[in-house]
Design a protein around this ligand. Structure first.
Ligand SMILES: *[C@@H]1O[C@H](CO)[C@@H](O)[C@H](O)[C@H]1NC(C)=O
Ligand SMILES: *[C@@H]1O[C@H](CO)[C@@H](O)[C@H](O)[C@H]1NC(C)=O
Ligand SMILES: *[C@@H]1O[C@H](CO)[C@@H](O)[C@H](O)[C@H]1NC(C)=O
Ligand SMILES: *[C@@H]1O[C@H](CO)[C@@H](O)[C@H](O)[C@H]1NC(C)=O
Ligand SMILES: *[C@@H]1O[C@H](CO)[C@@H](O)[C@H](O)[C@H]1NC(C)=O
Ligand SMILES: CC(=O)N[C@H]1CO[C@H](CO)[C@@H](O)[C@@H]1O
Length: 629
């Protein structure tokens, strides 16, 4: 037995040695990331795992690789992973290890942006709402309650990824990790508050303690940069931006390929030419790693952020559209650019360089030289005129307005950012398909509002109007406020409600009497609507809805939602004076809608018989949706 077992043991040891040997060493110098001793020019793209399904991941990642990307970047979504304190979710779209394994299987690198504050047009910027219930909690400032929770979560994610050997030193794909996110903006707003400074230094120290073996970055952190982190740029353009220290590379963590879509707002479009211009300029000006935000934006399956109100689509006008289709000419035009830049990797990262403005600061030639070879960029920042630029060899090149020409040998233009060679495919809806869309059969299930209109019990009562997020525990976007009053005879009033948003529906005795929502970004509003009371007991039911929670800004957790304190009044229509102030009446509370309790979205078998309709195009009339009151 001993002799037999000796061999497998030796093999095991060999395997372990091989695993160590296959680990990748990641560092950096003033020019670029250094991977296994080599400077690397890296092009990365953001794909957020919860914004697509695991079935889509391999295809999205493969298309990214074919588009000339070296790395996939993602945030980590704390409130998706820990919806309730110490109850974790790493299933389905939240299977972060599987996501990184897909990246590894595709032979790509990965960039891990833990945050865990991630902004991202995501509910509460990724922070779980239950954090608010911990006493002494202040988000993203120097205080024990926040720092402890942040460290616990960061450590959990790091350990999980270490266990799966996902960091480069372990042979995994992750070459960079990020702590916090765009905190420089908060520090600006808080006027470099001492607690903010202590917090960001604490973040860096905590991150470095994690021992992940790859560098840590902080984006949009241009002041008060802690030691041992690389500060990076986010934006539409990063050519005028340079890191604070000279011993760190110029990294662009968020090159916005488009913009998110909000309700009531038009689709955002950023042209392929303009992105290509920004990327070419970035590499002209010593850039070495840039990431497209987003390369695939995808879908907001869960709750989005309530400031501004984001739609379910997070398409972002990205090179891969919401459904994962290639968006041309953006995808192809950038792929051509990546190929040209890759062919110049060595000279860009090792060569000497010289920037020369040509008569005007808007026109610049950058010449890189290494041994006997040279490579040139010519950029023209005039947005209304082409320029003719003559290089050292006497040859003149026409550079169109707002564009960059790249000449890998300083002789021949291999790429111009304004000239698209990719075949433009325009997606056309075929008439036949449209007819099918028009004819889609919709079914509906009534939302049973009845319990919220009568004396049935809510979850609890209180003689005041409560704040919504705290009351609902962020388990739903909906909160019912209900009260009743005895009235003698019939009278008309105006129902006045003052709320901190985001949407309000008012019912009197089961009838919808008014609805209102805050214009984009403005949260506090007053609703006034005529109502009629009958003799006897009258029920006033107010349904307050949030469209996700705010994700951005200093101290955003202090922003309330719902009918905090009101007032809620019945106003006399003739004298315009308050007839009844209901603000301190006995209010009954219930979070969530009936459909949420039933989990209607899961299409459970036992519910199938509840669905009605099935023939009519479009949505059903409102009275059918509400059901019988
Ligand atoms: C550069 O060119 C010179 C002259 O043509 C030649 O002697 C030298 O070997 C070249 N150097 C390299 C590194 O190619
Ligand atoms: C650039 O040169 C071309 C001819 O080579 C000429 O047609 C064009 O007018 C010139 N443009 C400018 C802005 O001088
Ligand atoms: C409405 O409520 C907000 C927030 O509680 C409060 O600041 C404001 O004074 C109220 N406005 C009116 C008209 O009652
Ligand atoms: C009624 O009073 C409110 C404030 O007390 C005022 O804002 C409003 O304009 C008045 N409406 C009429 C019709 O007088
Ligand atoms: C409601 O109660 C609060 C707190 O006790 C008090 O300040 C306020 O004046 C009351 N409002 C009315 C209309 O009674
Ligand atoms: C950092 C940065 O470049 N921010 C810019 C991003 O784009 C918006 C909209 O064009 C500008 O307002 C910001 O200044």
């Amino acid at each position: 037995m001993e002799r037999v077992s000796w061999q497998p043991l030796a093999l095991l040891l060999l395997a372990a040695a091989a695993a160590v040997a296959s680990g990748t060493e990641v560092g950096y110098d003033g020019r670029s990331m250094v991977i296994d001793g080599e400077r690397r020019l890296l092009i990365s793209g953001s794909i957020h795992y919860p914004r697509s399904t695991p079935e889509m991941w391999p295809d999205l990642i493969r298309k990214a690789k074919e588009g000339g990307l070296d790395a996939i970047e993602t945030y980590v979504f704390w409130n998706g992973h820990e919806p309730r304190r110490r109850q974790y979710n790493f299933e389905g779209s939240y299977d972060i290890v599987r996501f990184f394994k897909e990246v590894q299987d595709a032979g790509m690198y990965a960039i891990l942006r833990i945050g865990p504050y991630i902004c991202g047009e995501w509910n509460y910027g990724g922070l779980p709402a239950w954090l608010r219930d911990i006493s002494g909690m202040q988000f993203r400032m120097h205080n024990n309650p926040f720092e402890q929770e942040m460290e616990t979560f960061t450590t959990l994610i790091v350990d999980k990824l270490k266990e799966a050997k996902m960091f480069a030193g372990q042979g995994g794909p992750i070459i960079l990790s990020q702590i916090e996110n765009e905190y420089g903006n908060v520090m600006d707003k808080l006027n470099n508050d001492e607690s903010a400074s202590e917090y960001i230094h604490w973040c860096a120290a905590m991150a470095n303690k994690q021992n992940v073996g790859v560098p840590w970055i902080m984006c949009q952190q241009d002041q008060d940069v802690p030691p041992n982190v690389i500060n990076t740029c986010n934006g539409f353009y990063c050519h005028d931006w340079f890191p604070k220290r000279t011993d760190i590379p110029k990294i662009w963590t968020e090159n916005w390929t488009g913009w998110f879509k909000a309700w009531d707002k038009p689709d955002f479009h950023r042209s392929a030419e303009d992105i290509a211009f920004s990327v070419a300029m970035f590499f002209q000006t010593r850039g070495s790693l840039q990431n497209y935000y987003m390369y695939h934006g995808g879908t907001n399956f869960g709750r989005t952020s309530g400031g501004p109100y984001i739609t379910t689509s997070y398409d972002y006008d990205a090179p891969l559209d919401e459904y994962g289709n290639i968006r041309q000419p953006k995808y192809g035009h950038l792929k051509d650019l990546h190929n040209v830049l890759k062919s110049m990797e060595k000279i860009l990262l090792h060569g000497d360089y010289k920037d020369t403005t040509m008569g005007n600061t808007n026109v610049m030639v950058t010449k890189y030289t290494l041994d006997n070879s040279s490579a040139c960029f010519i950029s023209n920042k005039f947005d209304d005129k082409e320029v003719n630029v003559t290089l050292d060899d006497g040859a003149t090149h026409v550079v169109p307005a707002w564009s960059v020409s790249i000449l890998p040998d300083c002789k021949t233009v291999a790429y111009n950012s304004a000239k698209i060679k990719t075949q433009t495919s325009v997606m056309v809806k075929r008439p036949g398909v449209e007819t099918v869309t028009d004819g889609l059969a919709w079914s509906w299930m009534p939302e049973n509002l009845h319990p919220f209109m009568t004396d049935e019990k809510g979850n609890f009562r209180k003689n005041e109007l409560l704040e919504q997020i705290a009351t609902s525990g962020d388990q739903s976007d909906y909160l019912w406020y209900r009260t009743s009053l005895e009235h003698k005879g019939e009278s008309n009033y105006k129902l006045h409600v003052n709320t901190t948003g985001h949407e309000l529906y008012a019912f009197v005795n089961g009838k919808l009497v008014g609805r209102h929502y805050a214009p984009n970004g403005g949260f506090v509003f007053q609703m006034e609507t005529p109502v009629k009371l009958h003799s006897g007991k009258n029920y006033i039911s107010l349904l307050s809805a949030t469209i996700g929670l705010k994700n951005y800004g200093a101290l955003f957790e202090m922003m309330p939602a719902g009918i905090v304190g009101g007032p809620v009044k019945l106003v006399d229509t003739v004298t315009n004076t308050t007839a009844y102030d209901l603000s301190n009446s006995s209010w009954s509370y219930k979070a969530g809608l009936a459909g949420e309790y039933r989990e209607t979205h899961l299409d459970k078998a036992k519910d199938r018989s509840q669905w009605r309709g099935g023939h009519h195009p479009g949505a059903p009339p409102l009275h059918l949706v509400q059901g019988d009151l």
